[in-house]
Design a protein around this ligand. Structure first.
Ligand SMILES: Cc1cc2nc3c(=O)[nH]c(=O)nc-3n(C[C@H](O)[C@H](O)[C@H](O)COP(=O)(O)O)c2cc1C
Length: 216
């Protein structure tokens, strides 16, 4: 984790997590430099993913020109956070992440963390699963991976002293080509608008989790 911050501005998990609210109005004068954005992305990417495939791809929108282009694939009710955020990190699912899967595990093997037998076992078990998977399976898998990294990014933003809003109110057909990505390979998942809150956000409530829980 060499690219990640050693000391977070806010390392209080309880505050980071329980006082997180969706901020949709940011101070437009606040800029976040690209090094810090990249650090936040690296930190978020410590998220777990299916078979460690890390089926995510990030597109950063942090200039007025990029925002104008991006907005063509965003629903109008999300314009306020897009316009005022320091940056939007759009998370797309990569349905071809298994093509570099050997590299991920070769790195673990070369670091001495697994034996050659274990390496062969992992690749022998999971590679065929993905190589023979249906497009729907690959899409679902990538979308789930993007959800874990998206949640981490929301919390990492707070740990860096910022606030954020996850949004998927977008044009799902238009988004991937708008970002200049290959629609045969990538699926749109969510944008994460990041910046300094300009006003106190709405404090939402939750259902009683007992009404949504069964114990089998
Ligand atoms: C997958 C997902 C999609 C969302 N899409 C939008 C959106 O398009 N626009 C928006 O303003 N908020 C969006 N939100 C934010 C939710 O409205 C918000 O998380 C929810 O109302 C709870 O509020 P809180 O985040 O302040 O706890 C989205 C959140 C998630 C997780």
């Amino acid at each position: 984790m060499s690219e990640t911050t050693k000391e977070l501005v806010n390392n209080d998990l309880s505050d980071v997590m329980f006082n997180r609210h969706s901020v949709r109005a940011f101070d437009p004068s606040v800029k976040i430099n690209r090094d810090e954005l990249q650090t936040m992305i690296s930190e978020a990417a410590t998220a777990p993913s299916a078979c460690n495939l890390q089926s995510w791809h990030f597109v950063v929108i942090d200039t007025p020109e990029a925002k104008e282009k991006f907005k063509k694939a965003v629903m109008k009710f999300n314009y306020p956070q897009v316009d005022s955020a320091s940056a939007i990190v759009f998370i797309a699912g990569d349905t071809q992440s298994h093509l570099v899967y050997r590299d991920v595990w070769n790195k673990v093997y070369k670091a001495g963390n697994i034996t050659k037998e274990r390496l062969d076992q992992i690749l022998g078990t999971f590679l065929p699963l993905y190589e023979n998977a249906t497009p729907d399976f690959l899409k679902f898998d990538a979308t789930i991976d993007c959800s874990t990294v998206g949640m981490q990014l929301l919390l990492v933003a707070r740990a860096h002293g910022y606030d954020a809003n996850a949004f998927s109110g977008i044009d799902f057909e238009k988004m991937i080509p708008t970002l200049g990505l290959d629609p045969k390979r990538y699926v749109p998942v969510m944008g994460v608008a990041i910046g300094k809150a300009a006003k106190e956000p709405l404090h939402t409530t939750r259902y009683d989790s007992k009404t949504q829980t069964d114990f089998l």
